[in-house]
Design a protein around this ligand. Sequence first.
Ligand SMILES: Cc1ncc(COP(=O)(O)O)c(C=O)c1O
Length: 465
Amino acid sequence: MRSFGAVSWSPHASPPRSLERPDRAWRGWSQVPRCLQRYSAAVTHGEEHTVSEIRLDSYEAHFAARTRGMAASEIRALFAVANRPEVVSLAGGMPFLSALDLDAVGDLARQVIAEEGSVALQYGGGQGHAPLREQLAHVMDHEGVPAHADELVVTTGGQQALDLTAKLLCNPGDVVLAEGPSYVGALSAFSAYEAEVMHVPMDGDGIAPDVLAERLGRIRASGRRPKFLYTVPNHQNPAGVSLSEGRRQQLAEIAAREDLLIVEDNPYGLLDFKGEMRTALRSLVPERTIYIGTLSKIFSPGIRVGWIAAPGPLREKFVLLKEAADLCQSNLTQLLANRWLSTQDWQGLIEAFRDGHRERSDAMLSELTAEMPEGSTWNIPAGGFFVWLSLPPGMDARELLPKALNARVAYVPGAAFFADGSGGEHMRLSYCYPTPDRIREGVRRLGSVVRTEAELRDAMYGEHH
Ligand SMILES: Cc1ncc(COP(=O)(O)O)c(C=O)c1O
């Protein structure tokens, strides 16, 4: 097994630049190389509507201050190009749905309208449909996470849960601690409320607790209050690693000792290739944990059903915030999800998803071994959707992207997953969606781009530059 790249994975890496170098703050789209911006704009709009013609300045005075840092994420910008049929996209995090029995879902949808139409097509309560919450508690129980239906609030996917969490907890300038790298949608949600993300480095065992403790001390010494730690402890997006059992205990101890809230985001916990389950932080420190679940990766992302499990006082505020955001979750999709979970073999579907992902992961790993030049490293995932690849020293994944797109393969540059714009030497490769054959083809194309770049560098600067 190859190891992680040494630089950004060391628990002793230098402090995040965002605190010391505000000029390096993440600016999303503006950090995408100009050539790619132009390429993407041309593909999206046709050559006659280029970026420069969109007159943002005439609206600027109307925008709220908190929107200043907002820009389309690199991933969104990429989709325009990556979704073209000739491109093998190793960029998106969409689950393959071929294992899902669409006829069965169609029958359930018909039953929902025929038998419960007057509820399904009506407004519902802010906390979510009670029978669905019972089922979601069963899903958590299947993973060994304790929960009662009354403790849950249904949300529009895990993404809305992240938005509501930041809305509940963050004032402008508050510090949020997060793994480095972190899920890009969480970074967007936190920055929308003007929180400042401070990363805590990870290695193959997940986030480093000793560095977390040191960072907490530094934040408090500067007179600021860390609002919460955001973590994806199982098969993390984007790094593909899981927090070790020992470190879970250590995080729980730190949370209890330091009065630190933990936001435990868990879309991938049931997708371990061997079906292994890990101890949830919610099990260890329930009174300090905001747990976020979702049906997106184990049933369907289109149904947009996620949930929050949180202690009473937080839960009451979440219900108020949910009502202020959209009154209530769609009853139609809640009732459909409820029927799915109460009548179908959803555990069997999860096993089919796991098997499919393991096959895809194997295809990616064997091709990476065959194709990638000396100096590249990557993790071996035990579940989830992602491989985190480190390029040979000196290469930058964002600079390489236009060349990769020309070679008809897409990935997400690592810098998208750091609030401070670091991580340039990494890229996230997703194996969740394309077929194994397409994955192999995509990695062959990527390997050729990276090898050509490595040869060019050797020719220009010598082999030991
Ligand atoms: C770590 C993580 N959290 C949350 C989400 C949001 O998922 P959804 O809103 O579909 O539940 C994703 C989606 O990729 C994710 O990877």
